[in-house]
Design a protein around this ligand. Structure first.
Ligand SMILES: Cc1cc2nc3c(=O)[nH]c(=O)nc-3n(C[C@H](O)[C@H](O)[C@H](O)COP(=O)(O)O)c2cc1C
Length: 316
């Protein structure tokens, strides 16, 4: 079984990935947040920086493309291939309305004829790079699930990462394991499960139910507990000292790369919206972290948080 770190736009950039990779074991590949090439093939500074091989040394990373235009995808695949990437992921899962209203991400699952043309063009280009896909199980609903599975089966997709929710479901409700089961039974592509794995028991349960999976991808569960896969794979328990090392490396990276203290604070607060679950009775220090106006306030609140001690139970 392989373990993958899910792409999370705004969170798992190269600073985060490097800090995580340096301190935690067990992740086979880090999937990068999407880059969205435009017709003129221009990428944002943030995107160029994230895919820069110099920023991803010694880490197995997979860039991800979000585009509904096959020519733009092909152009970007060539660029990424020239940069030395072995695999690139295509985003057919993003549920954000700003993306889906442009018929990108999960909205592409709403028109399977169009999706077929898109994939045909991409795979006919026969580029020397592996193409994997990250997908939802439908956009509005799962009425086309069978057709979607058949459609994917037509192409030499390296792996299919499935988050079993529909696009319009966003992150609400529960994952649809019946739909995932349909993929598991009928897909001929190596499958990766993704969605709502928050603790070791969740991961074990998926592995037991789906022993033929190629891998498991975790996003929010790993942001909340950066040690989750490390502990699962090595059996080592997280310590405060080790977590602090990770935190400090991440914070230093953010300070080095972001211009303003308030931007560093914003990023750290975003992480704590997930990470507070790894500490006992952490609501109060979390409030203080959220209220921090500068890094000095933040460090006081951080000390309070660390004083709570790690919550090793699976319940939170
Ligand atoms: C803040 C945020 C940003 C995300 N950015 C991306 C992205 O850039 N590309 C992508 O394919 N999925 C993205 N996702 C979806 C995650 O990769 C993942 O599929 C989703 O969170 C479900 O997995 P989880 O329950 O393990 O978090 C994002 C999710 C969140 C919450």
């Amino acid at each position: 079984m392989k373990y993958y770190f899910a792409p999370m736009e705004g969170i798992t950039n190269y600073i985060y990935r490097n800090s995580h990779h340096c301190l935690y074991k067990g992740i086979d590949q880090y999937y990068m947040p999407f880059i969205a090439p435009h017709h003129h093939h221009h990428l944002k500074t943030r995107e160029t920086s994230d895919i820069n091989p110099a920023h991803n040394q010694d880490i197995n990373v997979v860039p991800q493309i979000l585009s509904n235009n096959a020519d733009d995808v092909i152009y970007t695949l060539k660029q990424l291939n020239e940069l030395g990437y072995q695999e690139v992921n295509i985003n057919l899962g993003c549920p954000s309305p700003t993306v889906t209203k442009k018929h990108k991400g999960s909205a592409m699952l709403d028109d399977l004829d169009n999706l077929d043309d898109y994939l045909k063009a991409i795979f006919q280009a026969q580029l020397p790079i592996k193409v994997s896909i990250k997908t939802r199980i439908g956009y509005q609903d799962t009425s086309c699930l069978e057709a979607l599975i058949k459609l994917y089966n037509k192409y030499p997709i390296e792996k299919l990462i499935i988050h079993p929710r529909t696009g319009i479901q966003m992150y609400k409700g529960t994952v649809d394991l019946a739909a995932f089961e349909a993929f598991y039974q009928h897909s001929t592509i190596p499958l990766v499960y993704n969605g709502d794995l928050k603790c070791i028991a969740d991961i074990k349960s998926i592995e037991e139910h789906y022993p033929q999976l190629e891998g498991i991808m975790v996003g929010r569960g790993l942001i909340a507990r950066p040690y989750l896969i490390d502990e699962y794979v090595t059996g080592n328990q997280e310590t405060l000292e080790h977590f602090k090392k990770f935190h400090d490396q991440l914070e230093s990276g953010l300070i080095e790369t972001l211009k303003h203290e308030k931007d560093v604070l914003f990023k750290l607060k975003e992480l704590w919206a997930h990470m507070y679950v790894m500490f006992n009775d952490s609501k109060k220090p979390l409030k203080h972290i959220r209220k921090a106006q500068n890094l000095e306030d933040y460090h006081k609140a951080l000390d309070e948080m660390l004083d709570c001690g790690i919550n090793y139970s699976d319940e939170f």
